[in-house]
Write a protein of this length. Structure first.
Length: 318
């Protein structure tokens, strides 16, 4: 009967709204997602503006401001690197090509997921030809120092390479053993997007391999080279990129390089082209089915399908 169908639709709608409330509480769905909702502040203002003095609602017109779209700032800690890259691309399309808006959003989303690293090496082994870690510096997205320690190599030092490394015999007095430093550093790098220049050398000194899709090597970035007016296949130093793009001088003088300064410079270069870099990376990734848990770019309507809602989850949530 008509009444029975009406009750059935009402129960279905109630179930729909309950699921939506759960998703909003978990941060997997923003409150603005429902077409009829007016939960944002601008939406309430628009609704008030339509109300006339006699209590009736005026018909909508083109001049009524639309509620501002609130960008979801929730990404699961277990989100994969391609989810992060794809999210940059989604934010870019939402922001009408505004790099400033996208960059701000990426900071809000995962501020602690980006670090930059630089290592200084000394010579050990026959004639000092073997490079071993003697100092490692890690900085945050904002350039703050997270880690900076001198490291005692496993083999006796033959060549301090002070002109380039800045390392002297004095620095080794309070240096920590390589194995201890390696454990500390790898704990910091775990699950991070790591930025660096010719970063394979740093990983080699750490005796470590970082996932390629979580690595951003400024020496291999076509975006940076194009912006600097250099050939894409050219080998370019961090010093020259800093001079061309950041208009600052690094690695000057005879006291050697500063691994803190080099790590900060690499991060500055990454941030300079972050949006375009991540957008191109997202386009180069193979297509994959979206995950309702980790991929904010997925269609939010899919979250309401029964396949994503086991009975035990519904019971514990509601």
């Amino acid at each position: 009967s008509l009444q029975g169908r009406s009750k059935k639709r009402s129960r279905k709608h109630q179930r729909f709204m309950e699921r939506r409330a759960v998703l909003e509480q978990k941060g997997l769905l923003s409150p603005h997602g429902h077409p009829g909702s007016q939960t944002t502040e601008s939406g309430l203002e628009a609704h008030t503006a339509l109300t006339q003095a006699n209590g009736t609602v005026a018909p909508p017109c083109d001049k009524v401001p639309k509620p501002k779209r609130v960008e979801s700032a929730s990404l699961s800690p277990s989100a994969s690197p391609d989810s992060i890259a794809r999210h940059h691309s989604v934010l870019l399309s939402q922001g009408n090509g505004s790099p400033k808006r996208v960059r701000t959003s990426s900071l809000v989303l995962r501020p602690s997921k980006y670090v930059a690293i630089d290592c200084e090496m000394v010579g050990t082994g026959p004639q000092g030809r073997l490079s071993e870690l003697a100092r490692c510096s890690v900085v945050s997205y904002e350039g703050d120092v997270i880690y900076d320690k001198y490291v005692r190599p496993e083999l006796p030092i033959v060549d301090y390479r002070t002109r380039w490394s800045g390392i002297t015999k004095q620095h080794m007095k309070n240096a920590i053993p390589f194995t201890a430093a390696q454990a500390e550093i790898l704990k910091i790098l775990k699950d991070k997007i790591v930025v660096g220049h010719a970063i394979h050398n740093d990983f080699q000194a750490l005796k470590y391999f970082h996932p390629k899709d979580r690595t951003r090597d400024t020496s291999q970035s076509p975006v940076l080279k194009k912006r600097a007016g250099l050939p894409v296949r050219a080998n370019v130093s961090l010093k020259n990129l800093a001079r061309y793009l950041l208009h600052k001088k690094i690695q000057v003088g005879c006291k050697g390089h500063s691994s803190v300064e080099d790590a900060q410079t690499a991060m500055e270069l990454y941030r300079l082209v972050e949006v375009q870099w991540e957008k191109e990376l997202a386009h180069s990734l193979p297509p994959r089915p979206p995950s309702p848990v980790t991929d904010p770019a997925a269609d939010s309507s899919q979250y309401l399908d029964d396949q994503y809602w086991p009975t035990d989850l519904m019971a514990s949530s509601l």
